[in-house]
Design a protein around this ligand. Sequence first.
Ligand code: CDP
Length: 788
Amino acid sequence: MTLRTSPEVGGMGHAVKRKEDPRFIRGQGTYVDDIELPGMLYLDIVRSPYAHATIKNIDTSKALAIPGVLDVITGATLAQYNLHWMPTLMSDMQMVLPVEKVMYQAQEVAAVLATDRYTAADGVAAVEVAYEPLPVVVDPFKALEPGAPVLRTDKPGKTDNRIFHWEVGDKAATDRAFRDAAVTVKEDIYIPRIHVCSIETCGCVAQFDRVSGQLTVWMTTQAPHAIRTVFALVAGHVGLAEHKIRIISPDIGGGFGGKVPVYPGYVIAVAAAVLTGKPVKWIEDRMENLQADSFARDYHITAELAAQRDGTLTALRIKTLADHGYTDAAANPSKFPAGLFHICTGSYDFRAAHVEVDGVYTNKPPGGIAYRCSFRVTEAVHTIERMVDIMAHELQMDPAEFRKKNFIQPERFPYTSALGWEYDSGNYGAALDLAMHKIGYAELRREQAEKRQRGELMGIGISSFTEIVGAGPSKHFDILGIKMFDSCEIRIHPTGKVIARFGTKSQGQGHETTYAQILAEELGIPVADIQVEEGDTDTAPYGLGTYASRSTPTAGAAAAIASRKIRDKARKIAAHLLEASEEDLDWEPGKFFVKGSPERSKTIQEITFAAYTNHPQGMEAGLEAVSYYDPPNLTFPFGSYICVVDIDKGTGEVKIRRFVAVDDCGNIINPMIVEGQIHGGLTMGLAPALFEEISYDAQGNIQQGSFMDYLVPTAMETPNWETDKTCTPSPHHPLGAKGIGESATVGAPAAIANAVVDALWHLGVRHIDIPITPEKVWQCLRANGVTA
Ligand code: CDP
């Protein structure tokens, strides 16, 4: 993540779409917004200025009087087809367009269909909506108080704003461990709402062929197959069957979890295309994307740790209030309403742990997307890594030594955590040792002590995180009932050239390169002869898509398994060609040869040609294979990050002097791509640590509605990342690989926060919520009597 497009300046409301806006100049790219079809119509959306209000009237007359405005679609229009509500990924319901009331600021209220996008924007400005404001609930704690207005009046019998209560772990054993503990620490930690802010906003082009009944939707989605199934389930009653729906996810300018949900704009565009028989384009602008699309985090956590006096951790207890906004649209596997938050025991060996999470409705846009995070792992890691640091300081132990004392030791893997996860492999001490060596930890501690004598503020923060990525296995993981596996289909043409298709969808992670590398390695066919395709439901095998760093653990494994199926058949053909028995053949990448007679060999290209021209009698022709890979377990990548900060006593500014990141994702397929994933991920970890937050005032007005206030870090704010690696292969993955896409985003914020608190601990500071802004630090310094 580096420099982004300029922010659109303006208050709440619809952004003014100026004709000279550079986003409207067509390039020759392959993104959704590059698609122009003859006769195409454009959709733009009227949004609510209120966070909670009854809609009294929608006057469309002025908009319809504008030449080129063809229609204004309202909730009433969609209600005729029962399409005004749709299910969320957690089987809650969300509005496509409201018929009665709006539930958050910037919610879709109506959609204008016009012959060009400028006219559509003019139409939006001319739609007049009369609202009657309702009491607004912004604070999730107040939302649960008796007498709080019940927000989901659409749910018969609902008498409060609680969505779910979920708990895991042994409560009695945990309470007992706390009673017996020599030392306990407790902290309230808030992990604020943030937004993915991918460079490309969301959008689609929907085209409906009235003759064939075929719907084609080019859309910015990370999970095209799941979307097709959802469309078929939601719109089956109006005649859209799954075999008549084609979802194409072309190049995507970043997803980070934000392009997993189905947003109302997609559905309205599809409805408009079906009703008019014309292609319809809907593209969000930057402010709509920031204000209305699903958000991440928003967890209010109270965490406690118990330990013995010698520094042995014994128990973890956590209570959490999860603000989901007006509907539970979290991108979680159905079985886990709080995602994988119960990985919160982290890299440490706890005997007892207990976690409770309550989901709450408020007047905000839906939250709970897995922002570069495997379903709440970032929240879990931030909590445990902050708490471990607090406990170490409380015990006056060095935070690195404290961690090493409590790490799950290498010989304990596979390790079952107190909250039920089976960690596949790990060597946490090795990663931390390497990070400490690389940064010169002992010397930095000496420097810190000297500086403290002189009144200077320097901090060293560690985060030794464990990730959990690669959902399935399908026995535990599904999205809306669809089991989580992933797929690869390989077809080898007679001349030895390959087309391989996958159920995942890259958004810039480089799957085209890394999947081709896996196939080249497994089949001995040059990378240049391998074509990788994803994202077209008419051609790719069914899969659950790309998010939560699941592609390598699932589809990467499927690529290896499908290749091995092909190799098995190739061996039979080679035996036939060489007039040898299969058992007498050896494989080296690219050819089979007779054991002891390497000159008697057949290359994979010769074998492939024979599969179509000279295959054994009784064998089916061709060389193809498919694998739907259901992983036996998740993979557990990990890392140790160390951050060094200097704090300006005059301004409260935090300067990151050094940041060393040691990652372990098992066997690496492409080191350069992994390095890129880590660099981008670290910057996306820096962002919430120091800059980014979405908050609301008491009326539900968003306080960071544009890039003027929502501070996305650029290259200017990003420090020099120093990276290194250890390698602990996954024992169950066919390639020994673990996912890496989100590790750095998950691990980085705690290292930065721990460094800041480490610099201020001697002043009495125990915790600062992220983002750690200069103002928060300055207030802390002043509260503790420090002046410049
Ligand atoms: O699901 P997503 O692609 O976001 O995450 P991932 O599976 O962690 O992969 C991110 C990129 O890093 C892909 O191009 C992977 O093939 C590559 N990768 C790798 O080269 N070696 C690994 N051990 C893990 C990922």
